[in-house]
Design a protein around this ligand. Structure first.
Ligand SMILES: Nc1ncnc2c1ncn2[C@@H]1O[C@H](COP(=O)(O)OP(=O)(O)OP(=O)(O)O)[C@@H](O)[C@H]1O
Ligand SMILES: [Mg+2]
Length: 767
């Protein structure tokens, strides 16, 4: 049973099962207890005198999992009553599940705890996002094994062929030695009396003598070529398969990440892990297996050959090799850390480059090309320094190891020559010895080269696995849907915020919403207005379930949205149109269909008609097949907005959320889009956020948000009469509209707002 399913189940149990008798509590409190239970296996805290106190028991369920939750005094009393009770056993999908309230033996009595505001920034983000610090990236060998499982046959073929190549390479020196011996004998024969004793005339024939080893050599060369092709080809199949699977897993993990993850990580950095890190890992994987395996077995095999020729000389070689390996591994640890830092810096610079290029219009509008170039140059300069250091490190390593290895060869030559002079070995033996010693040297230098590759590959793979293994906050298919049968009849679209407390995890200090309560009744248009930064868009983020609320709850038709299937909720129930809709590169048809992938062409046309977009789309030479540039840059702002409206409408959402949907448009386009929105709003629950108050005068209800809560609530005329915040906002805008100077500055501020979203840090300065 998945974590989310269990959570849902226990929350259902605590809400509805008899032993826990929580159905008697108010909906809010029941669901709060549900929230407590959501962290099943959780330690509960309650708050008294501004301090957190550990509750004397823990909510416990199957698969305990330690978590901590705050509950208020009231809930704490309730939990005390529940102590020892066990919810009825529920079976779901053949699995049993039960919830119980258990004594917490770790801390008997409530003891004063830390003050309430104890959440440190990093702790909270790490809890939500998981560990993403690349320094702490660990390579997940188990998962690699899991990915490799389907390829075990090919891997066996690859490893087998590489080993055959290695064995052949070991065999070749002795055959070459045999040939040299024959040539030497022949030379001796021609120089001497003409006949070698003990050999008949046939045996004296060079061609006859050379045929067998030559044929063997030809056979071995052919085998070597065939096996080389086999292992390279099969490894490339495995390597590509592993890379594809890694990409798939990482992309899936990214798509499911909490929005906080994207608040705290640059897209370019993520893309860099998805592309260059996986590429790096793939090539290291292939090289380490093919060349590594070959080099290791060749070196070992040749050491055995050497041993057979001369045990004494071989001992010298074998003693030196472990010394090199020990020094290498100590050195390698340092290189690995350096490699991680270097690759991290490369990712960072790619992130900046990506951000700049994807916002090139803003960059150009602010003439920031030089500054961006400087920033990027600074980044790549750091990367260059780190990579140069890494290069130096790898260079020292390789130079050192080749010095050692050359020393080995020299020692071998010296001893070999001595042995020949003592006539302990033949010249053929020396030839074999030299070739074998050279093969060892080549193999070991290859290994030292591979070591650098291995360091980079493990670093890159570790970073990829780190993202793949991030905890998945959302199970996109979990949760329950409240609708039965037809969607629109199933969901009424009655939305309510119940005393919601919320602050962004990346900015833990300040609450954006403080006990925020608001009802958006079914089928009504509720406008939300308020000063910039008062939290209007935050409400939209929460409605879509992008962030968990800290306290309180948000419900649709009385059901908590965090218990619903988020896919269904965002994909089918809610339609969002915001200030800067993002269209994807592709045709207009594809973009509209993005709202409902299974929609027929006719449905797309109808959505376009409803969005007042049909005519202008048809006027394009390619009609609905017109290709949009990246992020829809090839159509005007008003056209883009209407395509986005069509995309939202095609799913026929019950709830329509309009966040400054017209504020980026000029007056003419705004008028067209506003009319469109008015028309499509009929019969739906609409939550509209607007700066320009003239556009929301007809809303059924207007909520003025200030200081994290609803400061005023009523219709346009009511609110005006109150002469409060709303009245002042209206007056301000009327004044601005009348004064040309202000109206132009308001345009500027709206431009600034618009651009701020894409280039925050820069625009704050300018505005
Ligand atoms: N992703 C985020 N991470 C951290 N803080 C954020 C984030 N998004 C918004 N904020 C902050 O939350 C507060 C409310 O922002 P929000 O976007 O909801 O305001 P708004 O009322 O929609 O403003 P505007 O009218 O300018 O669109 C602001 O102080 C803002 O800086
Ligand atoms: Mg906003």
């Amino acid at each position: 049973m998945s974590f989310l399913k269990s959570r849902l189940l226990i929350s259902k149990l605590l809400k509805f099962s008899k032993p826990l008798t929580l159905t008697a509590a108010t909906k809010k409190n029941a669901s709060l207890i549900g929230t407590g239970a959501l962290g099943f296996g959780c330690f509960c805290y309650f708050v008294r005198d501004g301090y957190r106190h550990r509750s004397p028991f823990v909510l416990f369920a199957q698969e305990p999992r330690t978590k901590e939750f705050d509950v208020d005094d009231f809930i704490h009393e309730k939990l005390e009553k529940l102590k020892g009770s066990i919810a009825e056993v529920v079976r779901e999908g053949g699995e049993e599940f039960r919830a119980e309230c258990k004594e917490d033996n770790t801390n008997d009595i409530a003891t004063p705890g830390e003050p309430l505001e104890d959440n440190s920034l990093t702790a909270n983000i790490e809890e939500l996002v998981g560990q993403t610090d690349s320094d702490k990236a660990e390579f997940d060998w188990n998962q690699l094994g899991d990915i490799l499982k389907p390829y075990w046959k090919l891997m066996t073929v690859a490893v087998g062929s590489a080993l055959v190549v290695a064995v052949v390479n070991i065999e070749i020196p002795s055959l070459l030695g045999a040939m040299v011996d024959i040539v030497t004998r022949k030379l001796m024969c021609s120089a001497g009396p003409g006949i070698i004793l003990g050999m008949d005339s046939r045996e004296q024939d060079f061609e006859f003598l050379v045929r067998t080893p030559a044929l063997k050599l030809i056979g071995l060369y052919l085998l070597q070529s065939a096996c080389t092709f086999t292992y390279i080809y099969s490894l490339s199949i495995v390597g590509e398969g592993v890379a594809t699977e890694l990409r798939r897993r990482m992309f899936a993990s990214m798509l499911n990440q909490n929005i906080v993850f994207f608040d705290t990580h640059m897209t370019g950095e993520i893309v860099s892990r998805l592309t260059s890190d996986i590429q790096e890992f793939k090539s290291s994987f292939k090289q380490c297996i093919s060349q590594g395996l070959r080099s290791v077995s060749q070196a070992l095999g040749c050491i055995i050959s050497l041993y057979m020729i001369s045990p004494e000389m071989t001992k010298t070689v074998v003693i030196i090799v472990p010394v090199i390996i020990t020094i290498g591994s100590v050195f390698g640890r340092g290189l690995r850390a350096l490699s991680k830092r270097a690759q991290e810096q490369v990712s960072k610079s790619s992130g900046h480059a990506e951000e700049t290029l994807s916002n090139i219009r803003t960059v150009r509008a602010f003439a920031m090309e030089n500054e961006e170039l400087e920033r990027y140059s600074g980044d790549i300069e750091k990367a260059r320094k780190l990579n140069t250091e890494l290069g130096a490190g790898i260079g020292v390593f390789q130079a050192g190891s080749s010095l050692f290895l050359n020393g080995v060869v020299l020692a071998v030559l010296y001893t070999g020559g001595k042995l020949i002079s003592e006539q302990s070995i033949t010249s053929g033996d020396l030839m074999s010895f030299l070739v074998a010693a050279q093969t060892i040297q080549r193999s070991l230098s290859n290994l030292s080269l591979l070591f650098g590759q291995y360091v980079r590959g493990i670093g890159a793979g570790g970073r990829v696995f780190q993202y793949i293994n991030l905890p998945v906050p959302y199970d996109l298919t979990a949760g329950h849907t409240v609708m039965l049968g037809d969607r629109l009849e199933g969901v009424k679209g009655d939305i309510e915020f119940h005393s919601v407390w919320f602050r962004y995890p990346t900015r833990n200090g300040e609450y954006v919403l403080k006990r925020f309560s608001l009802q958006i009744p079914q089928g009504k248009v509720v406008a939300i207005v308020g000063p910039s930064g008062s939290g209007k868009s935050t409400l939209v983020n929460l409605l879509q379930g992008f962030y968990p609320v800290e306290k309180g709850e948000i419900t649709v038709d009385g059901y908590r949205i965090d218990l619903m299937d988020p896919n269904w909720l965002r994909g089918e129930v809610m339609g969002l149109i915001n200030q800067e809709p993002v269209l994807f590169s592709g045709s207009i048809m594809e973009n509209i269909r993005y709202g409902k992938p299974e929609a027929t062409d006719e449905e797309v046309y109808q959505a376009a008609r409803n969005a007042n977009a049909y005519n202008f789309i048809q006027d394009f030479p390619d009609g609905f097949q017109t290709l949009l540039g990246e992020r829809g840059v090839t159509v005007s702002g008003g056209q883009k907005q209407r395509i986005a409206i069509a995309r939202a409408l095609i799913k026929n959402p019950t709830v329509l959320i309009l966040d400054e949907a017209t504020s980026a448009l000029d007056t003419e386009s705004e008028k067209i889009v506003q009319e469109t929105l008015d028309a499509v709003s009929r019969g739906r629950t609409v939550c509209v956020i607007a700066h320009r108050l003239s556009t929301i005068q007809n809303a059924d209800l207007i909520a003025v948000v200030a200081d994290g809560r609803v400061a005023e609530l009523g219709t346009h005329s009511n609110l005006k009469k109150q002469k409060g915040l709303y009245y002042n906002l209206v007056k301000q805008q009327e004044y601005k509209a009348k004064t040309p100077k202000y109206s132009s500055s308001s345009t500027k501020s709206s431009q600034c707002d618009r651009q701020r979203s894409s280039k925050r840090h820069m625009i704050y300065r300018q505005c």
